[in-house]
Design a protein around this ligand. Sequence first.
Ligand code: ATP
Ligand code: MG
Length: 265
Amino acid sequence: MSDTPIRSARVFCIANQKGGVGKTTTSINLAAALAQLGKKVLLIDLDPQGNATMGSGIDKNEATVNLYQVLIGSASIHEARLRSETGQYDVLPANREMSGAEIDLVQMAARETRLKQALASVQNEYDFVLIDCPPALSLLTLNGLASAHGVIIPMQCEYFALEGLSDLVNTIKRVYRNLNPDLVLIGLLRVMYDTRITLQQQVSAQLEAHFGDKVFQTIVPRNVRLAEAPSYGMPGVVYDKSARGAKAYFAFAQELVRRVDRMAA
Ligand code: ATP
Ligand code: MG
């Protein structure tokens, strides 16, 4: 008899329709930090840019079987997933082929739940499935939200950040009502934070006032080591684990695990 424990993955989308707010950096570093805590992790790259794939040390152009084939139903996740050797987690890779998925999916039955169906076959192999969403409230993002138990929203504490947030929260509510009654907002993560900037402190305080304990206590600082890491195909938490940014992502992984355990209790 196998002594492999039976797992049931918690599936989280890392989403924000704004571009360049730290979704991919959060996805990669959270995946690697959770792996270092002994968790089995699958990182799904839902973005045709393929940044999460590359940042995990996998060449997106060599991933000839990728999430695109999974979404259109010509490959399984077992066939498409690859291993991030630097991060010690599995990756469902993406590349430019995925931009065609958006168009192909429109004509398919159950087009918002293709990813959810595909995930069912690997659900028991992982503790966490993290989905790095593209910067749009598109059909791809809807597939992510329809598959997830929760959403993690990374955000910069800037003036317009709050404005975009209401669109995302409304989308989450719509998906919750129409597609996925399991979906909850897990929390807002402040990233690229610079304590010297007064406006960031003000927006951060506003976030806490509005969203209360939905705001994670951990704050990820702006840290150049996190930005350098992807060019080495490494998560920041592996590239330089003593850097301030890496330490923050380790703290965030621990905070998330505590939060998830509390929610399950
Ligand atoms: P997109 O919307 O294009 O998918 P994204 O939301 O995934 O973008 P990232 O790619 O993670 O955002 O980050 C945008 C840029 O900011 C990248 O160059 C990244 O290296 C850098 N970056 C992210 N987080 C930090 C940080 N905490 N400190 C410094 N640089 C950061
Ligand atoms: Mg990204």
